[in-house]
Design a binder for this molecule. Structure first.
Ligand SMILES: Cc1cc2nc3c(=O)[nH]c(=O)nc-3n(C[C@H](O)[C@H](O)[C@H](O)COP(=O)(O)OP(=O)(O)OC[C@H]3O[C@@H](n4cnc5c(N)ncnc54)[C@H](O)[C@@H]3O)c2cc1C
Length: 460
């Protein structure tokens, strides 16, 4: 049976999204040994997804993944078309007319909601907004956060909550030489936040921090980490969870919390207070957030299946600033099936499924939009490789006709007046950002508005 490659024309594949999963999918395709042209489409004029706009500025080592992506982008048969949003500038049907296959690697760009009254009061924000703001994401450039408040709360106990906590707890001198955006640094310089409550609905044994990130919160020069010793008294099921060999991370987390309870307060200007077994049931305030009503919970169920149940008791935390960090959710792209409950594109081994569970020929998913927001950057590699394996196994089923690929898409976009950004263009933006950072001792000063990014390409 004929495949595009056997007809002497390369397979044309569009990868939607330039985050880790997009780049790992591109790499797997380009190194597969098949004749394949990969065309990566990114809605922003700049690549790298959450590695640029999510990973915390004070964790620069973790951004080194970009060096790998830069190499992938320089492989033969790779093309970047940035500043193109699928669903806005081009439809999925238009892509399918020009490509043999489309891999959606568009991440999870929205947040899960708490679903409690007052959630949208001014002063209550998603972690995404704050993270995007301090990392210079154009979507969040003009957000503002009332840092004149003395008490802030973060709902959620995972690594994103830890990132938000560090940015609030650190002094600006600790952040000044990172790639944090200048507008955020200026606002944080005036911060009056003294107390940051990090709230989890389950207990210390179920907190989702990794050990390194948790430990770091106890080593901040500007803030004491505080845990009430009574909060570390575990029920039998939690104690059993910690005994399990596969659960060393949680056991170590509880050990870290215990070490902190033995410390005398050092009088640092800020405090990070960990609260467990509490869930927000309402946000209150007169026109803006003033207080959080927390239900006290108890855990019920077998080890590793424990769920938080409200006890009927509540307490109030006076706080003027709240960040909800309870998980990310994908955003639907018109023309692509979407599981709104899970926030993912429904798929089987990366093959996109319609409402009846049937595979849609030529459509694939990888990364957070495929499996939900879990794992570290590296987790996306195996995930994307698995999707590409499915795609390559389907070669016989994909249309054998030659497709126009990148050239065809570029012509369509040009006819619509869409200004596209190539990888070479990105390298120019990159060089300008690095040069802007130099006088401030920063690795880069990002452009934070799309117009700035594009204008920089027009500059001589
Ligand atoms: C705040 C935060 C901090 C993190 N810190 C770390 C860390 O320190 N270490 C670690 O290992 N992992 C970290 N992670 C996890 C890591 O960032 C993710 O595992 C990874 O980025 C997921 O990759 P992805 O490619 O699926 O999605 P993303 O990285 O989100 O990339 C998706 C890309 O698709 C683009 N896109 C979306 N919609 C469209 C569209 N319609 N058309 C075209 N393009 C589109 C987006 O602009 C984006 O560039 C962090 C995550 C978050 C949220």
């Amino acid at each position: 049976m004929e495949t595009p490659a056997s007809k002497g024309t390369p397979l044309q594949v569009a990868v939607v999204g330039s985050g880790p999963s997009g780049f790992y999918a591109a790499e797997a395709l380009l190194k597969s040994g098949h004749a394949i042209d990969v065309h990566m489409i990114e809605r922003l004029p700049v690549p790298y997804g959450l590695v640029r706009h999510g990973v915390a500025p004070d964790h620069p080592k973790l951004k080194e993944a970009i060096l790998v992506y830069d190499k992938i982008a320089r492989l033969p048969h790779f093309t970047l078309l940035a500043n193109v949003c699928v669903g806005r500038d081009v439809t999925v049907d238009e892509l399918l007319a020009r490509y043999h296959a489309v891999v959606f690697a568009c991440g999870a760009e929205s947040d899960r909601r708490l679903g409690v009254p007052g959630e949208d009061l001014p002063g209550s924000h998603t972690a995404t907004e704050f993270v995007g703001w301090y990392n210079g994401h154009p979507d969040y450039r003009d957000r503002s956060f009332d840092l004149s408040q003395e008490v802030a709360a973060i709902v959620g106990q995972g690594n994103v909550a830890a990132d938000v906590c560090r940015i609030l707890a650190k002094s600006v001198d600790e952040l000044r030489q990172t790639d944090i955006s200048e507008h955020a640094l200026e606002a944080l310089a005036g911060s009056r936040v003294k107390e940051i409550h990090v709230i989890g609905r389950r207990g210390p044994a179920q907190a989702k921090f990794t050990n390194k990130e948790l430990k770091e919160l106890g080593e901040l020069p500007n803030a004491d980490a505080v845990v009430d010793p009574s909060a570390l008294e575990l029920n039998a099921a939690s104690a059993a969870e910690l005994e399990a060999k596969a659960n060393v991370v949680s056991a170590k987390n509880v050990e870290i919390f215990r070490e902190w309870t033995a410390r005398a307060p050092s009088g640092k200007p800020r405090r990070v207070v960990f609260q467990f077994l509490k869930s927000p049931v309402a946000l209150g305030g007169n026109a803006r957030l003033e207080r959080l009503v927390l239900a006290r919970n108890r855990l019920e169920g077998e080890p590793f299946q424990q769920v938080a149940r409200e006890t009927g008791e509540t307490e109030t935390l006076d706080c003027g600033l709240l960040f909800r960090s309870i998980g990310y959710s994908g955003v639907a792209i018109p023309g692509v099936p979407f599981d709104a409950k899970r926030g993912v594109i429904p798929n089987r081994e990366g093959r996109v499924l319609d409402a009846d569970g049937a595979e849609l020929p030529g459509l694939y998913a990888a990364g957070w939009i495929k499996r939900g927001p879990s794992g570290i950057i590296g987790t996306n590699r195996a995930d994307s490789v698995a999707t590409v394996k499915s795609l390559l196994a389907d070669l016989q089923r994909l249309s054998p006709e030659p497709k126009a690929g990148a050239d065809g898409l570029a012509t369509l976009l040009a006819s619509r007046g869409v200004r596209t950004v190539s990888f070479d263009d990105w390298l120019r933006i990159d060089a300008r950002e690095v040069a802007r950072g130099q006088p401030r001792g920063k690795p880069r000063e990002k452009f934070t508005r799309i117009t700035e990014m594009l204008n920089c390409l027009d500059a001589p």
